[in-house]
Design a protein around this ligand. Sequence first.
Ligand code: SAM
Ligand code: DTB
Ligand code: SF4
Length: 325
Amino acid sequence: MTATATAQTTSPAFVPAPRWTIEALVALFELPFNDLLFRAQQVHREHHDANGVQLSTLLSIKTGGCSEDCGYCSQSAHHGEAQREALLETEQVVAAAQAAKDKGATRFCMGAAWRGPKDKDLDRVTDMIGAVKALGLETCVTLGMLKDGQAERLKSAGLDYYNHNLDTAPEFYNQVIKTHAQSERFDTIDKVREAGIKVCCGGIVGMGETRRQRASLLVELANMNPPPESVPINELVPMPGTPLENAPPLDPFEFVRTIAVARITMPGSMVRLSAGRQEMSDELQALCFLAGANSIFYGDKLLTAGNPEADRDEALFARLGLNAA
Ligand code: SAM
Ligand code: DTB
Ligand code: SF4
């Protein structure tokens, strides 16, 4: 049978999605650095504008006092030092979103320190989503685990993306978080996908996991069908008071390798160079862009941790010839 005949007779439903194995990803991680970056850059150029970087701005709409015990998080009531605050008013959110748009962001991401939203919280958040969307920004929220029907309400409000990270390898998860299981996070990702909302899902590296566990996290992401549209790769920001505040820093080249393996295994996804940029040199960030990162958080704050000032990012983009997309 010719290739053309195959294309005519095979419906897309019968084309199996590529399945990645941990061994295949470990082999990518183990390539010589130059070979890995070359492969990642080739994949990147086949699927994306080589010099475009998408800008998302984050706002914490509900800070601190979270019931969960995630070992990295400053907002956990179990150990976090972030001051507990009430849910922001919609006007405050709209003012921040307008400021982000004026500075050049195209997506506005609202984060809440909840295990998951109550239905009455969702009334307020759906108002915020409508108001931010009316400014002409893409919308993203990260509110924790969702109950049946909540994803549909977010979709009706006009939500574009829901961020919900796997955070780490399945086999390492309960060493970092004890108050919920990773399987509960998979359930929420399924609900988001079924409601027709785009999935933003990634993880954190530098929490003491092994290279094989970093590969295992990426296998879980890459084998989603389809993979997440957006994949944030966070470097642990060691927050004071958290169990991971003294975690030994990851070799910076290992961080770049993680970005490259994400790019090769999820060619069509946006790979976001996420938390940890403030602690990175310009040269390290440039390597991350070369490895295929094409999205960043833009603005001087993440949720509770710092992020580079917009001026520093503008200067870096100018030096590298990158365009905000
Ligand atoms: N409570 C919701 C949840 O857990 O999905 C939303 C907010 S939570 C702070 C969003 C994500 O931020 C976490 O899943 C984690 O990946 C990331 N994060 C939190 N603290 C971090 C830290 N210290 N360093 C790097 N990433 C962090
Ligand atoms: C994601 O993957 N990283 C962002 C966003 N999604 C919500 C959050 C990073 C948080 C960094 C620590 C802090 O600001 O407290
Ligand atoms: Fe709560 Fe999310 Fe922080 Fe975990 S990561 S403690 S769920 S805010």
